[in-house]
Design a protein around this ligand. Structure first.
Ligand SMILES: Cc1cc2nc3c(=O)[nH]c(=O)nc-3n(C[C@H](O)[C@H](O)[C@H](O)COP(=O)(O)OP(=O)(O)OC[C@H]3O[C@@H](n4cnc5c(N)ncnc54)[C@H](O)[C@@H]3O)c2cc1C
Length: 531
């Protein structure tokens, strides 16, 4: 076995890990090793619509599936996760959402010092380069390019009018002073290219002599010596290797693989480890618990006019036309983020901020996520901060055996009532006068389903996640917390976790921007502690 020593070893080159690799190697003082199990890149990962090609493609995706559960009518719902440089930021829908100030203030209220919105705002600003919004709230010269969607047209105009008709105002910057409203999507797309963290953070850093990036390198376990993490064991091309960390190991393997790696290394709930024949090195009951995600039914509406949706414009010859448009103008179907318009709203009175959202895909999704031959739109609905929690635990001591993912969706009453109310608001908008010249029948769930039980049954039978698992190595000071507010694993020296798994609760929206912020904040904590 070959052994090499670095100052920092980072496991996982995803949204957070790539940021850490860039920031920790920037001064030239520290030797940094970044280990990524996946490949360096994939041809579809730079073209925005390649999202549809990568969402279930094992060449760049772990392609996990959840365990059958009541909340999903015993279906094994897909859990895609990026497996290449850039991680999930290289396969995601490129929708850019910070969440609400209240999300981070809540983390601070839970006792996490340094995580209120005022505390994390400088990191949100530092990471982005965006030209809209207010200077005091938005970043202008960060590494991550953020732009407004290039989509426009009668569908969006009508939807904005329809939302305004039910009291939801247009919001020109949902990542600014307040999230609430109907808004055109901000995206991690620039000049028609996906802005993954591989592109924005690793490419500018990869020539640094003190940064080594290894792809195809599966970290199999942490090297634990007493109560200190001294390095990692990984395999590269089938050859076992060891990397020692003179200062720290930072696990940024994402919400599925970070708890899995801790458990494989003997850190976790003793019964879980023992069931898989793993020796307990450090008992920590919260590892793999507190899993949260956005459970989202896809409502579908027929569209009555030609040329409004991509069902007309991105099939057959239309698709060839879109390819030409993309090649010459870097715009159109191939340059589009997953959902170009979104609505953030409150489902009941008395709330301080929105608790639900829906967004619109400007085409009817057909079998295997294809563009259906029929004309229509697809509406993704979800509550913003689900209360249902589940878990992720190893099934075996083998690093190649996928862990058991249990979401426990809809187990919290608040998620059921919130989702029902959100679906009814989406119906109200889609059925309103302002959309009546465009929108035909409700295809799914269909107007014959009206009662709560009928709608919830339909959700259980059809919903998917919006691919935002968080919380499985949660930050906090309670007995179920895995890391403290400096992201150090409780009771262990030399080990941090920094990725979406540290979120104590879900942020109100998509989770790429918060994960990149966590990478930024973590790097500053690590450098501060290094003196
Ligand atoms: C299909 C899809 C669509 C999404 N759409 C959006 C969207 O539109 N907007 C948005 O904001 N968010 C979206 N998300 C969510 C967002 O991308 C993630 O929340 C975010 O990227 C998570 O970042 P992370 O750093 O926690 O993990 P990841 O980015 O997943 O990174 C983890 C990395 O660790 C590597 N790794 C794991 N285990 C090991 C190991 N043992 N050894 C070595 N390497 C390892 C992985 O291969 C991966 O590269 C989407 C996600 C998916 C999958």
């Amino acid at each position: 076995m070959q052994t090499q020593t670095y100052d920092y070893v980072i496991v996982g080159a995803g949204s957070a890990g790539s940021v850490l690799a860039n920031r920790l190697s920037a001064s030239g003082k520290h030797r940094v090793l970044l280990l990524e199990a996946g490949r360096p890149s994939h041809p579809w990962s730079r073209i925005p619509i390649g999202y549809g090609r990568l969402i279930d493609n094992p060449a760049a995706n772990w392609c996990y599936a959840a365990e059958p559960e009541d909340g999903s009518a015993q279906r094994k719902i897909p859990v895609p996760r990026g497996k290449l440089l850039g991680g999930s930021s290289a396969i995601n829908g490129m929708v850019f959402v910070r969440g609400q100030a209240q999300d981070y203030d809540h983390w601070a209220q839970l006792g996490n010092r340094g995580w209120s919105y005022q505390d994390v705002l400088p990191f949100f600003k530092r990471m982005e380069s965006y030209s809209g919004g207010d200077d005091s709230l938005r970043g202008r010269d960060g590494l991550l390019k953020v732009t407004d969607t290039g989509e426009k047209g009668p569908l969006y105009d009508a939807m904005i009018k329809a939302a305004e008709g039910v009291g939801i105002k247009f919001n020109p910057d949902y990542n600014g002073a307040a999230q609430e409203g109907v808004a055109m999507t901000q995206t991690t797309i620039s000049n028609g290219r996906r802005m993954s963290t591989a592109h924005c953070y690793l490419e500018p850093a990869r020539k640094r002599a003190n940064l080594e990036i290894r792809t195809g390198a599966l970290t199999e376990a942490l090297v634990i010596e007493g109560k200190r993490c001294a390095g990692v064991r990984y395999s590269l091309g089938g050859v076992a290797q060891e990397a020692r960390a003179a200062r720290e190991v930072i696990v940024s393997a994402g919400s599925i693989n970070s708890p899995q790696l801790l458990e494989l290394s003997g850190i976790g709930r003793p019964e879980v480890l023992q069931n898989s024949g793993i020796a307990v090195r450090h008992a920590l009951p919260g590892v793999g618990e507190n899993l949260r995600d956005h459970y989202s039914p896809r409502m579908k509406y027929a569209v009555t006019q030609r040329g409004i949706t991509y069902n007309d414009r991105a099939r057959g010859l239309g698709l060839a036309g879109q390819a030409v448009r993309y090649a010459f103008a870097r715009s159109g179907f191939f340059a589009m983020a997953a959902t170009p318009i979104r609505v953030y709203f409150r489902t009941r009175e008395g709330l301080e901020s929105p608790d639900a959202t829906f967004s619109c895909l400007p085409f009817l999704v057909g079998p295997n996520r294809s563009v259906a031959p029929e004309r229509g739109v697809t509406i993704n609905v979800n509550v913003l901060r689900s209360d249902s929690t589940g878990s992720i635990h190893v099934k075996a001591a083998d690093p190649r055996t996928p862990p058991a993912i249990r979401f426990n969706f809809l187990s919290a009453e608040s998620d059921r009532t919130g989702l029902l109310a959100a679906m009814r608001t989406a119906r109200q908008v889609m059925n309103s006068q302002a959309m009546s010249h465009l929108i035909g029948d409700e295809i799914a769930p269909g107007t014959r389903l009206q009662k709560d039980d009928e709608l919830l049954d339909w959700v259980r039978n059809t919903a998917e996640t919006t691919y935002h698992p968080v919380g499985t190595c949660k930050m906090g000071a309670d007995p179920m917390a895995v890391v403290d507010d400096r992201l150090r694993v409780h009771g262990m020296a030399g080990l941090r976790v920094a990725d979406a798994s540290i979120m104590p609760t879900l942020t109100s929206g998509n989770t790429n921007a918060p994960s990149i912020m966590i990478g930024e904040k973590a790097s500053s904590l690590v450098l501060e502690d290094a003196g």
